[in-house]
Design a protein around this ligand. Structure first.
Ligand SMILES: Cc1ncc(C[n+]2csc(CCOP(=O)(O)OP(=O)(O)O)c2C)c(N)n1
Ligand code: SF4
Length: 299
């Protein structure tokens, strides 16, 4: 039974008037995460889609204090806020950096790695929509093999997605987790837990994006579920070095059953030029990663 099923915070921190697209997976994740984080939270964010969701000064769609910064400095700005709060003896406030995959995998990796190595007391959230979406869908190192973007317009992306989660695993953090807004209670539980833990916590959230992934806005939750059912997105947590599957991924691991990746691929226009060889390579990559996780779960 999910820990917080009957204790979900009813307060809304995203106000009417968000400028995000219809069906945005990021908005869903952010709504649930803020409910779990509650008051006494400060957000720091770069110029990704989240900043569009927040809106333009003096109006905002978010009822939480936040700092806008540059891509390379997201985690560094969190370190600065933590130091400032400590100087004021405000140890009850949780500092949370939230950034897209381009902001994390590419532009902000150095500051994040530095803060994580120092054990800065904050939560870093990468919401992974697998591209630079705010600027109109350019390729990032999180974009999957075979996807069309405006910078891979003809041949599709030729490289597989960077295994960024593995890079964060190598930092030996006290807590890291992956979640999806298609499974809101699993996501909520993980943010409640992350808030309680000290040190650097890393959260990886798979967020479907209708315009960037080219599917109808009404299908966001379904696409998120298919990502999990196929094993492309895995719900897990690593606490003090111990890996465990959670939620639907735990059930799939126990039953030894996953859907083939084609069930996910065929519903998205970004994969319409994926060739058979790429499809096989995609499936093999997902299978290998899934087997790696099964071994980690065995301990
Ligand atoms: C240093 C720098 N490089 C490039 C840009 C232009 N830019 C604005 S938003 C954006 C995309 C960010 O992508 P990501 O972090 O994945 O977030 P998303 O837009 O997908 O939410 C880029 C490249 C910028 N503002 N600053
Ligand atoms: S481009 Fe994608 S991630 Fe950005 S606001 Fe629109 S749906 Fe959300």
């Amino acid at each position: 039974m999910p820990e917080n099923l009957f204790k979900v915070n009813m307060k809304e921190y995203i106000l009417p008037g968000s400028r995000a697209c219809q069906g945005c997976g990021l908005t869903l994740f952010y709504r649930y995460a803020l409910k779990a984080l509650r008051e006494n939270t400060v957000i720091t964010l770069p110029a990704c889609c989240l900043c569009v969701l927040h809106g333009i000064y003096p109006k905002t769609a978010v009822d939480i204090p936040c700092l806008n910064n540059t891509f390379a400095s997201t985690a560094a700005s969190a370190s600065g806020i933590v130091a400032g709060l400590n100087a004021l003896n405000r140890t009850d406030t949780t500092v949370v950096a939230v950034a897209g995959d381009g902001s994390t995998y590419d532009m902000g990796i150095q500051a994040l790695s530095g803060a994580a190595e120092r054990g800065t007391d904050f939560i870093y959230v990468c919401y992974d929509n697998e591209g630079y979406m705010n600027t109109g869908t350019q390729r990032s190192s999180a974009t999957p093999l075979g996807a069309l973007t405006t910078t891979t317009p003809i041949l599709t992306k030729q490289q597989p997605k960077k295994d960024f989660i593995k890079i964060m695993e190598a930092h030996n953090l006290p807590y890291m987790a992956a979640a999806s807004p298609s499974y809101p209670i699993d996501l909520y539980d993980k943010f409640v837990k992350a808030k309680r833990i000290k040190g650097t916590r890393y959260m990886h959230i798979y967020v479907p994006c209708p315009p960037g992934w080219m599917y109808p806005a009404r299908d966001t939750v379904r696409i998120g579920k298919l990502a999990v059912e196929t094993g492309i997105a895995v719900l897990f947590e690593i606490e003090d070095g111990k890996f465990r599957f959670t939620g639907r991924s735990k059930t799939l691991a126990e039953r030894g059953k996953r859907l083939p990746v084609i069930n996910y691929v065929e519903r998205q226009g970004r994969f319409k030029k994926m060739n058979l060889e790429q499809l096989k390579q995609f499936q093999t990559g997902v299978d290998n990663k899934w087997n790696e996780y099964l071994k980690m779960a065995e301990g």
